[in-house]
Design a protein around this ligand. Structure first.
Ligand code: BES
Ligand code: ZN
Ligand code: ZN
Length: 496
């Protein structure tokens, strides 16, 4: 979908469909819609009245217009009450409006930059982001592709003076959404194609396109560095070699800060010798959702002109049972020398992340480290499928990430890192055990990771719930969501 900003009136803009917004508490049509209605011979108000369309969030209606307008179809999307206006309602209205326009066969769609109370830049960002996210489809593996697709999105800036702001917002919204698409594509694709070597290839491609630095460490390189925790997990996959990926984005001016982002990159989690059930394993191609988010974010940073220096890390491997696999009771040694007794081979994510955190702390010395991981089923039990857990060693960092998530429209809830729970992963024979008891599993996993953060302000997103969903959502179909990309991009580019 090509995005362009046009300075044409709603009435004249040439398109197969025009998407406009309507609030619930509008007793009469707002001026822009009223003008449109007059040009269309009163048909819009007639349809709204006949259908008792109220502009509730998530609702949408449409009509075909033979003459009077530049567009042959008008789609009206509900925005909810004026006083509740926020970017998320704009995103959702744009998403449902675009889906309707697409389903009506429109190829060129004009979009009103709706959303009272927001700046033109915020509105354009939210509308374009929603439009692109909402029309995502994953049909790469299907013989029959949908013939209906929007090719051109015309973002309308009716007032020429606002065009620069609208252009800037639209561009940011487009970058945010496209990098989320990259993450979704990687997660939705199956583990037989998305193996560690493929993840490394995508990292190289992202680096080439965005002029980033990329370094890929092979199994032997990791062994020399003493990454025994990561390699313990990778041991079960002699056929699919692990890859440790380090991407670096350096801004053109003096960096405002140096941040490391780390994504869990288990391309398939069978559980290892502590094998998962068929049901538990069925969606485990998504266990690299954190890694996919890192790739999406790294792809976006140069396009957004981010001012921070950002290092992206992925310890990519499968977690498989085999004759060479690591076993319950094995003791692994992480890069910082900590020994870890394996209580359960299915608690593999924290092992791979432990070495990634050690590596980042040692070689990059970032001011902040943020990891994203589909880490625990316990987090899904605690917060359900639509909310990520956040744990952090530094409350200021946590507060800023929570604010970024709110701006981005992603749900995140902070969980406490209760130090006393550390006794759950005491080991009789090693420094730590990789599993705690059943209770507070998301928190104990967080506490485990914190042991490897080297005292650097660190935050951890457990995205096990929202990374991959069973039902269609307002901003995309069921399957991969690309969660965390937009929150972290908001965080890394705020104040810009
Ligand atoms: N990848 C899973 C966590 C997961 C579960 C992600 C459900 C998405 C949906 C992780 O590696 C895992 O298996 N964790 C175990 C830890 C346990 C053995 C301590 C879990 O949550 O059961
Ligand atoms: Zn696991
Ligand atoms: Zn896992």
């Amino acid at each position: 979908m090509k995005v362009e900003v046009v300075t044409e009136p709603l009435t004249g803009v040439r398109a197969d469909a025009l998407v406009v917004g309507m609030m619930t508490d509008e007793t009469k049509l707002p001026p822009a819609l009223a003008a449109l209605d007059r040009q269309a011979g009163g048909r819009i108000s007639a349809v709204i009245a006949a259908e008792k369309f109220q502009g509730k969030p998530g609702t949408v209606t449409h009509l075909h217009v033979a003459e009077g307008l530049g567009a042959s179809r008008v789609v009206v999307a509900g925005l909810g009450p004026r006083k509740a206006a926020n970017p998320e309602l704009v995103r959702r209205a744009a998403a449902s409006g675009l889906r309707r326009a697409r389903d009506l066969g429109a190829r060129t769609v004009a979009l009103e930059v709706f959303g009272d109370g927001l700046t033109p830049r915020q509105r354009a960002h939210a509308a374009v982001e929603g439009a692109i996210l909402g029309t995502y489809v994953f049909d790469r593996y299907k013989r029959e592709k949908s013939e209906k697709a929007v090719e051109t999105l015309k973002v309308i800036a009716p007032d020429g003076r606002q065009a620069p702001q609208i252009t800037e917002g639209a561009r940011r919204g487009e970058v945010f959404a496209r990098s989320t698409w990259l993450a979704r594509d990687l997660i939705n694709a199956p583990a037989n194609d998305v193996h560690p070597t493929h993840v490394a290839d995508v990292a190289k491609q992202v680096a080439r396109e965005g002029k980033l630095k990329v370094k890929i460490l092979e199994r032997e390189d990791c062994a020399k560095l003493g990454m025994g925790a990561f390699l313990g997990v990778a041991q079960g996959s002699p056929e699919q070699p692990p890859k440790f990926i380090h991407l670096t984005y350096t801004p053109s001016g003096k960096p405002t800060k140096r941040v490391a982002i780390i994504g869990k990159g288990i391309t398939f989690d069978s559980g290892g010798l502590d094998l998962k059930s068929a049901d538990g394993m069925s969606r485990m191609k998504n266990d690299m959702s954190g890694a996919a988010a890192v790739l999406g974010i790294m792809q976006a940073l140069p396009k957004l002109g981010a001012k921070a220096e950002v290092h992206g890390f992925i310890a990519a491997t499968e977690n498989m049972p085999s004759g060479t696999a690591f076993r319950p009771g094995d003791i692994l040694r992480a890069m910082n020398g900590t020994t870890i007794e394996i209580g359960n081979t299915d608690a593999e994510g924290r092992l791979t992340l432990a070495d990634a955190l050690c590596y980042a702390a040692k070689f990059v010395e970032p001011q902040e480290m943020i990891d994203m991981a589909t880490l625990t089923g316990a987090c899904v039990v605690a917060l359900g499928p639509l909310c990520s857990g956040l744990m952090a060693s530094d409350q200021r960092l946590a507060d800023r990430l929570l604010a970024a998530a709110r701006t981005a429209g992603e749900r995140v809830w902070q969980l406490p890192l209760i130090e006393e729970y550390k006794e759950q992963f005491k080991s009789d024979v090693a420094d730590l055990n990789n599993t705690g008891g059943r209770n507070g599993g998301a928190i104990t996993a967080g506490l485990f990771l914190k042991e490897f953060s080297g005292g650097i302000p660190w935050a951890h997103f457990d995205i096990a719930g929202p990374a991959f969903i069973d039902k269609d959502s307002p901003l995309g179909p069921k399957g991969a969501t690309g969660v965390a990309v937009r929150t972290i991009l908001t965080y890394l580019t705020s104040g810009k």
